[in-house]
Design a protein around this ligand. Structure first.
Ligand code: KG4
Ligand code: ZN
Length: 342
């Protein structure tokens, strides 16, 4: 029979995240993160994007040292673990399978429960890691490389997507714009860096008129492409000479698209506790503008610390913790899936 609690009644979760190009392992005890180790994969830079086959190979190389390092940093022995959580979906299937197989094997070897976690739900719950937490119900703008969603969260495991992108994600809008500017992958953090020195009002890009709470970024990408073609046609050094202003103007438009919809969602739902999450929530312009907007609107605003914004296992651990408390354990035959509804 599986034991249901660790020594002293503590609930200690080991969590694994491997949905894309970060191999991560975290240890969480009674909802408090003790360690969160993240190994990135520089191998993709030269290809201008994540190469799925190379990502799964790198996960296989990284996973054992990353898990060992997380246990060591937490001062935790495998025998103290209560359950193993892992990212089940969505993501690159080869990458997910490495984490899933490792998690299943460890749960089987230690004879403890397995917890299957949805990656996007975990991004939202990264907001429950710090001690200063939003009250339920709250709204979360989740912005990553693959998703852009507004989520209405009623309790840790009760969430509803009330708005999402119809085409590109906000992270893709950053990364594809960066590519057009000749910047390396992933370009989001570089646009953020150059934008700090630039004037966001110098160039004007259109805001799409999408009904309801949904988003669209494909028109913005096309507008940027035509704008750059026209300007470099006139002056081949245009990008080099105006990079900070171009980056600030692109970033400013992406932020206004995101926050105008969030404002609309807050108005429609009447919810006053608002969060942001996902890789793009590491963007300094979005963080500052979100806080300023919150002050203007009388919202309580919450932003996870940087290490919990981009992909990390701490958010998988906290979600696993709530799933464990709710008795939502997974069977060992559970499989990873590239796409999954909530
Ligand atoms: O959540 P995440 O780490 O992975 C996915 O689940 O997709 O998000 C990655 C995305 C990438 O598109 C990356 O360019 C973007 O987050 N990103 C940023 C910044 N840091 C990461 N975008 C803009 N500014 C940043 N500082
Ligand atoms: Zn993510």
């Amino acid at each position: 029979m599986q034991k249901l609690k660790g020594p002293g009644g503590a609930i200690t979760i080991l969590a694994i995240e491997s949905s894309c190009d970060e191999t991560s392992c975290a240890i969480c005890r009674d909802g408090v993160i003790l360690s969160n180790i993240i190994a990135g994969q520089a191998v993709h830079e030269q290809y201008g994007g994540v190469v799925p086959e190379l990502a799964s190979r790198a996960h296989m190389q990284n996973i054992v040292p990353v898990v060992d390092a997380a246990l060591k940093k937490a001062g935790c022995d495998q025998s103290a673990l209560t359950a193993i959580a892992f990212t089940q979906s969505p993501g690159l299937i080869g990458s997910l399978l490495v984490g899933a197989q490792f998690a299943k094997s460890l749960a089987l070897a230690l004879d403890i429960p397995l917890l299957a976690v949805h990656h996007m739900q975990a991004h939202v719950l990264a907001n429950l890691i710090p001690t200063d937490r939003p009250a339920f119900p709250f709204l979360c703008l989740t912005v990553s490389g693959g998703h852009t969603q507004i989520v209405l969260c009623q309790s840790p495991l009760q969430m509803e997507v009330i708005g999402e992108t119809l085409d590109d994600a906000a992270g893709e809008a950053f990364d594809k714009s960066a590519k057009l500017l000749g910047l390396p992958y992933p370009g989001g953090p570089l646009i953020d860096k150059y934008a700090r020195e630039g004037n966001p009002d110098r160039y004007s890009f259109p805001e799409p008129q999408i009904p309801g709470l949904n988003f669209s970024f494909s028109g913005l990408k096309t507008a940027i492409l035509y704008f750059l073609q026209e300007q470099t046609g006139k002056n081949p050094d245009f990008i080099q000479k105006n990079l900070p202003d171009i980056c600030a103007s692109i970033q400013g438009r992406i932020i206004s698209i995101l926050l105008n919809k969030l404002k609309k969602a807050a108005k429609e739902t009447g919810v006053r506790d608002l969060c942001i999450a996902g890789g793009v929530s590491a963007n300094s312009g979005l963080r500052n503008t979100f806080r300023q907007l919150g002050q203007q609107q009388g919202w309580q605003t919450f932003i996870p610390p940087f290490e919990y914004c981009t992909d990390n296992a701490a958010m998988i651990a906290i979600t696993g913790y709530y799933k464990y408390l709710a008795g939502q354990t997974a069977v060992l035959s559970v499989s990873a899936t590239a796409r999954a509804e909530w």
